[in-house]
Design a protein around this ligand. Structure first.
Ligand code: MSP
Length: 510
């Protein structure tokens, strides 16, 4: 049996339409999911939408819709965008689905039965946009310490989760599992937060009704983060698990999130799970935030980057490549059109695009497209082909660290090496001398075989491009798995190579 691999995106709020920030998280998970599939894993890749809570209720009111009407409308925008971006998710969960609501109730009841939920009351400062309560001392100038917006004093009867009881168990877990929270800076942040002490957590609301009612006390709705986080197990079929997905895929290999929602995923969620006796996630990876042309993305600045527009203009693989290449995963980064165009022209059109068009043009010109055998190997050739097994290992290590930009760097070193190999072997000179025909054939073979392996490596990042390259080289672009395909020598001499159209036209800049 192949090893299971479970990866999740956050579920997106439906009060906002998708932008480049949402696309980023989802894309990173897609790249990882595709990589693991190509490595032979059985992958469950989950995304979805977070549809309950006051934020959504208010957004719907403002639009004169019911919350569900709003959700039904916006969810289509997310789904259509994922299709355009070639996102290969296994499942899409909506928190308004019955399968989810049932699972949330069951988790609540389970923790309650364990005596870790009690009815109480509190009075505290509430930030509506963040759906978070703060103590007086946590406020910054009376404002929410996370988003800086005004807070309001609220008093409510509420169910509380005994989070304080799990402080030590959580600390022990974080300390014993260095990979649990990544990157390291985020881990340290959470360690000091937990060491300062955990309060019990209010996990129900009575001030609005758009949510899942508390079992047995319907004037309360379950706190939206308790509801939302549980999607990671309800999508697998928790608790009945009719298809065995929960048994196969839990604990999750990676929850990928933005840094803004770290505490929910590394403090709240694990303590809920501890209370329910469910194993904890193997890894929570928090990526950074994108600014746009140096500024925070916001509706009021009207600088929100709309991914569909980018795909129209530059093509899906160029966007996928840029987002994964430009910024180390885990750090903040800046999106600019100039940087995007630069990447497209230099990395894609020049390096990768030229490699494919030059090599296929030469084999067409010199051998009518019929792939020669590699019969006259020299040191240059051996040095070139020897790079591949090493690069495959490097890429694997980088991918397992979610160091997408470093994996791409390693792949681009191969591409540069291939372009350099052309310059060093100078096929156009060999072609002038009929006595060098076998040598020329060897160069052609090595070049195209290298290109084939590059396509395998590029595939998780740019699946359309990889398929196009494989179709040119093998007549079929379907099989891009590593096993059985990642050794040198996969191309069969005598096979027909097609002439390539340019993969990435250069973008002209004024
Ligand atoms: N609904 C919650 C998540 C619940 S998960 C159980 C939520 N939704 S969200 O739609 O507001 O944000 C989802 C993700 O988008 C977060 O991971 C967030 O970090 C990411 N991004 C939103 N804006 C972003 C940028 N400008 N840059 C990068 N990612 C950003 O939070």
């Amino acid at each position: 049996m192949s090893q299971p691999f479970y990866i999740t995106t956050p579920i997106y709020y439906v009060n906002d339409v998708p932008h480049i920030g949402h696309a980023y998280t989802t894309l990173a998970c897609d790249v990882m999911a595709r990589y693991k599939r190509a490595r032979g894993h059985e992958v469950f890749f989950l995304t979805g939408t977070d549809e309950h809570g006051q934020k959504v209720e208010k957004a719907a009111q403002a639009k004169g819709e019911t919350p569900l009407e709003l959700a039904d409308r916006v969810v289509k925008r997310f789904q259509a965008l994922w299709e355009r971006l070639n996102i290969s998710h296994t499942d899409f969960i909506r928190t308004t689905q019955e399968r989810h609501k049932k699972g949330v109730r069951r988790l609540f009841e389970k923790i309650q039965a364990n005596n870790d939920i009690y009815l109480g009351a509190y009075e505290d400062w509430y930030c509506t946009p963040c759906e978070t309560f703060w103590t007086e001392t946590q406020l910054l100038d009376g404002k929410c310490p996370d988003c800086g917006r005004p807070t309001e004093k609220l008093k409510e009867e509420s169910y509380f989760f005994r989070m304080s009881k799990y402080q030590q168990a959580l600390l022990d877990h974080i300390e014993a599992n260095p990979d649990f929270i990544q990157p390291k800076t985020r881990r340290n942040e959470i360690l000091s937060f937990v060491r300062e002490g955990l309060r019990d957590l209010s996990i129900s609301r009575t001030s609005f009704s758009w949510g899942i009612p508390v079992p047995g006390d319907e004037k309360h709705v379950i706190y939206v983060w308790f509801d939302a986080l549980t999607n990671y197990i309800t999508a697998l079929g928790y608790p009945e698990d009719p298809q065995g997905h929960f048994a196969t895929f839990w604990p999750v290999d990676a929850h990928v999130i933005g840094k803004d929602i770290l505490r929910f995923h590394t403090v709240y969620w694990p303590t809920f799970l501890l209370a329910a006796g469910i194993p904890l996630p193997k890894k929570v990876f928090a990526h950074g935030w994108w600014t746009v042309e140096g500024q925070k993305m916001s509706k009021s600045l009207m600088n929100v980057v709309e991914p569909n527009m980018l795909v129209d203009k530059y093509g899906v693989d160029a966007i996928r490549y840029f987002l994964m290449r430009e910024v180390p995963f885990g750090l903040d980064g800046d999106f600019s059109h100039a940087a995007l165009v630069h990447r497209i022209n230099s990395d894609l059109a020049n390096d990768l695009g030229n490699l494919v068009s030059r090599s296929t043009a030469m084999v067409t010109k010199y051998f009518r497209g019929e792939l020669p055998a590699a019969e006259v190997q020299t040191e240059v050739d051996a040095a070139f082909s020897a790079r591949f097994p090493a690069a495959l290992r490097t890429v694997d290590a980088q991918m397992n660290e979610m160091a997408f930009n470093k994996a791409l760097q390693a792949i681009w070193e191969l591409i540069s090496a291939a372009n350099k190999y052309i310059d060093e072997t100078a096929p156009w000179t060999l072609a002038k001398d009929p006595a060098q025909s076998a040598r020329l054939g060897t160069v052609m073979y090595n070049l195209l075989e290298g290109t084939r392996l590059i396509a395998l490596l590029v595939n998780p990042f740019m699946p359309d491009t990889a398929r196009r390259i494989m179709t040119i080289l093998c007549g079929s672009g379907e099989d891009l798995t590593f096993a059985g395909n990642d050794n040198w020598g996969g191309l069969k001499p005598g096979s027909q190579i097609l002439k390539a159209e340019p993969l990435f036209p250069r973008i002209e800049t004024e």
